[in-house]
Design a protein around this ligand. Structure first.
Ligand code: XMP
Length: 516
């Protein structure tokens, strides 16, 4: 296994991501916790020093333990990690001045020296590689034993290595997207360190289970289960780790899709034998929403009630000390700006935000290091059905934001049926997995129609389907006219109360995915 010593860079997690893509097991440990002894106990096969915001010139700035250099294992230093390595091994680092500080895109060109670490680099016609730099300080003199293998206009020591000791140090960040060929360096490094690349998500699962047990001990944990992939995987993983010490609360706000509550409850109780409280509070939610048509007000009411209700049920679980949340890595770091150096916005998870502090609970977040696709892989690993894992996203406020205007039970019932027919059509035509998200909405109006010999005055339904990568931007899905015609006919025939169907062909922006 590989140890990443974290010196506080905002992109340290991405190093782990790159290594996991290479099926190499690694752990990130904050530098404060890595001592000579803990390092020897961990017994890493290779070490990576991450970047960090500090300056090695500053008295008391972070350092790796001395033992790191004496273990005979390969080390890769990145940015601050490079500077610390040079400083520790007898080189010299200079404080940043405007002329030498470098942020953003840069190009590295090779020197005349060769190293296996650089296999696959500098191969295209230009002979240079794009990298992402973000440093104030810079190395002014490399340590004895090191040679220079790549330079950039702002970093004469962009790539340095001591091949005899297998120490590598780069000034840029190979883990970020803006160093397009960066993964190759990690691949070369782990190969040099002797990793076979045979670590899997199955191993991560075991690792997480051990960590959860260690964190939680014999205490009780509560978890808000929404039926979405993230909270489901969190719940099942915790259940595997601590069994009956876990209680899940499924808050049913009465704004779920057709048969959804029953399906979610059945799946978790029957397949996983999980302690599950089905908090059917639909009367409460629908009651409070009565007569409300403003979208923001709806969202606020639902958000507040959700917390109240969850707290009410959680209070009944005596001795609960932990709250489990399906926070993902992108929730932790929402955006990293590549233009002006690392600037990070931290977003708190929206589901039960503010709850842990209010209730005095400690957090368990076993998915914190994972990306969405990795959570899906873990879900497969835990035996969740593929149809469940691949489900389209469903928003916290549920059907409330697909029912513009006032919400009534009648409208919700019509909406559920129309949505079920629409999704059935999409599945039958084999389009479900091509579409990011598809759903029906019920419009706040009635329209005139004719059915049989009679006049109708019924609701209109809007269908939405979009393609997207992350939900931030989206394009409407180009169904064929046949598909749209057939779906419209089916909805009007099969769902009483609908006499007209529209297809929403708005992209995002300017539209949003949901109608409210
Ligand atoms: P919009 O409508 O903003 O939606 O384009 C983007 C994505 O986010 C989902 N969404 C939500 N998810 N709570 C959630 O958990 C919410 O309040 C919420 N609002 C929108 C939406 O379904 C889409 O996938």
């Amino acid at each position: 296994r590989l140890l990443i010593i974290d010196f506080g860079s905002q992109v340290t997690q991405l190093i782990a991501r790159r290594l996991r893509e290479l099926n190499v097991y690694c752990e990130i440990h904050p530098y404060q916790k890595v001592t000579d002894d803990s390092l020897k106990a961990f017994d890493p096969k290779a070490i990576i020093f991450s970047g960090g915001p500090d300056s090695v010139m500053r008295e008391g700035s972070p350092r790796p333990p001395k033992a790191a250099y004496e273990m005979g294992v390969p080390i890769l230093g990145i940015c601050y990690g490079q500077q610390v390595m040079m400083h520790d091994l007898g080189g010299r680092v200079e404080a940043g001045e405007h002329a030498t500080a470098e942020f953003g895109r840069a190009y590295v060109t090779p020197t005349d020296k060769q190293a296996d670490f650089l296999n696959g680099w500098f191969m295209d016609a230009s002979g240079r590689e794009q990298v992402w730099m973000s440093h104030g300080d810079h190395v002014a003199e490399i340590a004895p034993g090191f040679e220079v293998y790549g330079t950039s206009p702002g970093a004469p020591f962009a790539i340095t290595a001591d091949l005899a000791r297998n120490f590598y140090a780069v000034q840029f960040h190979p883990e970020v997207h803006h160093t397009p060929n960066g993964a190759t360096l990690y691949e070369n490094f782990v190969k040099l360190a002797g990793f076979k690349g045979d670590w899997t998500m199955g191993a991560y699962r075991e690792e997480m289970i051990a960590k959860i047990r260690e964190q939680v001990g014999d205490k009780k944990v509560i978890c808000a289960l929404s039926g979405g992939v993230d909270s489901s995987v969190t719940g099942i993983l915790l259940h595997e780790a601590i069994g009956d010490q876990l209680t899940c609360v499924f808050v049913d706000h009465g704004l779920l899709r057709l048969n959804e509550a029953e399906q979610v409850v059945a799946m978790f109780r029957d397949n996983y034998n999980l302690n599950l409280i089905h908090a059917d509070e639909s009367d409460l939610f629908l009651g409070e929403l009565e007569g409300v048509s403003d979208p923001e007000t709806k969202r606020k009411i639902i958000g507040k009630l959700f917390i109240d209700v969850f707290q009410k049920y959680a209070d009944q679980i005596e001795g609960a000390e932990f709250l489990a949340q399906g926070t993902l890595y992108p929730d932790v770091i929402e955006s990293v700006s590549f233009s002006g150096g690392p600037s990070v916005t931290i977003k708190s998870h929206h589901n039960v935000g503010g709850l842990p502090e209010k209730m005095g609970l400690k957090l368990v977040e076993p998915l914190r290091e994972l990306f969405k696709d990795e959570v899906r892989t873990l879900g497969h690993e835990l035996g969740l059905p593929a149809s469940f894992i691949g489900r389209h996203p469903f928003p916290g406020p549920g059907l409330a934001i697909r029912c513009p205007g006032e919400i009534t039970r009648e409208k919700l019932e019509i909406l559920r049926k129309a949505d079920a027919v629409y999704i059935d059509q999409i599945r039958k035509h084999g389009l479900y997995d091509e579409i990011w998200q598809a759903f029906a909405a019920i419009l706040p109006m009635r329209t005139v129609g004719v059915m049989g010999d009679g006049r109708t005055y019924d609701f209109a339904v809007a269908l939405r389907a979009v393609t997207s990568v992350d939900g931030m931007t989206a394009d409407y899905y180009p169904f064929t006219h046949e598909f749209l015609g057939e779906t419209s006919t089916r909805i009007i025939n099969e769902v009483k109360g609908v006499n007209r169907v529209f297809y929403d062909c708005t992209s995002k922006p300017p539209g949003t995915i949901e109608l409210e």
